[in-house]
Design a protein around this ligand. Structure first.
Ligand code: ADP
Length: 344
């Protein structure tokens, strides 16, 4: 019998004891009625005695285990109920099962975070190593004599400067992401026109866009003021990252269009390009730190692989959402929402 209850165990023990007593009596006295009476009496007495002893014993022991598990689960003095139900074994079984599931989840999460930390560290050191080693190479070549060679000295210095810029951008992005992840940044919410901010970002990105002959424009029919309540400088950074990406991964002589859509409580802002696009399989991981589809292309165009992770953090800090849809060879659209401002 699997998992017998205390009552069942008691019943069988009481039967055995009372049969033994009744039979002994019968053999000694040869009196059937007395033996039957003794059987019933001993059965009732032993049932009562064994059942209560078992209950007290099990209850005390189990209660101790229950209490320790409860304390482990919730921390001390946090709402432990002194009362166990009618079936203490089942209660403890449930507690242990719950506890096991909870611990497994915690362990999985810790493992995931450990893996994340390892990968992050490996990525950071790799990203730092590449420009640092190049810089070291150019500087030592210059010192070894190239400085006096007018054919290469300027080129090497320019390459050194480019690598230094890369290092600075990387350190700035790392600093930014670590602050965002620590939740250190308080948002400075204000009402502003998102259309006007997009135009400012267009102006800042003009040189980059001209270099690739890409036109930056606001989608027809949506070119009016849209007041939102958000942190203007952080949203400037979001727009800059998305618009600069649309130029970096856009088609030469292509176009980047920004559209605004009124969605009741929110304004949806969409940045579309007609560039290389993104394969479906990459879309779910695109916003992870250092996730890049084509690492060498990203580095060539000055990417750190942190831009979209920063963007996602900022939008989530605003309790809003960001999404992407894309077709390889046709282009990509990144869309995010912001709270519409109630001030007009
Ligand atoms: P990066 O610094 O490499 O640009 P991001 O986090 O900004 O890093 O972007 C991550 C990756 O997503 C890029 O390396 C690129 O492969 C892809 N990506 C981002 N924006 C676009 C886009 N508009 N079109 C195609 N691919 C894009």
């Amino acid at each position: 019998m699997k998992n017998p209850k205390p009552a069942t165990i008691t019943f069988f023990l009481a039967i055995v004891i009372s049969i033994a007593a009744a039979m002994t009596h019968f053999f000694l006295e040869r009196h059937g009625q007395h033996a039957l009476f003794l059987f019933v009496l001993i059965f009732l007495l032993s049932y009562f005695f064994i059942y209560n002893s078992l209950q007290i014993f099990i209850y005390r022991k189990i209660k101790l285990i229950y209490k320790s598990i409860h304390n482990l689960k919730l921390g001390r003095d946090t709402g432990f109920s002194e009362h166990l139900g009618d079936d203490p074994v089942a209660d403890v079984e449930n507690e242990v099962a719950d506890w096991g599931v909870m611990k497994k989840r915690e362990i999985d999460e810790l493992r995931r975070m450990e893996q994340f930390r390892k990968e992050f560290l490996a990525n950071v050191s790799h990203e730092l190593k590449t420009p640092l080693f190049s810089l070291q190479g150019y500087v030592s070549t210059l010192l070894d004599g190239a400085l006096e060679d007018p054919n290469v000295n300027r080129v090497f210095l320019e390459k050194s400067a480019k690598n230094l810029d890369r290092l600075c951008t990387l350190v700035e992005d790392l600093n930014e992401i670590s602050q965002l992840e620590r939740g250190d940044i308080a948002l400075a919410l204000e009402t502003f026109d998102i259309n006007k901010l997009v135009r400012e970002v267009f102006e800042g990105a003009e040189v980059k866009a001209n270099n690739r002959n890409i036109t930056l424009s606001i989608k027809k029919g949506t070119d009016t003021a849209f007041n939102v309540l958000a942190d203007r400088e952080r949203i400037r950074q979001v727009l800059t990252n998305l618009i600069v990406n649309s130029i970096k991964y856009g088609k030469e002589s292509g176009e980047t269009t920004v559209g605004f859509y009124d969605m009741d409580e929110n304004i949806l802002i969409e940045i579309s390009d007609n560039g290389i696009g993104i394969e479906e399989e990459h879309l779910p991981r695109l916003f992870e730190r250092f996730y890049r589809i084509d690492k060498s292309r990203s580095r060539d165009v000055g990417g750190t692989g942190l831009g979209l992770a920063i963007v996602k953090h900022i939008i989530e800090a605003h309790k809003q959402t960001i999404n992407v849809r894309s077709t390889p060879g046709i282009g990509s659209t990144f869309g995010f929402t912001l709270l519409k401002s109630k001030d007009r």
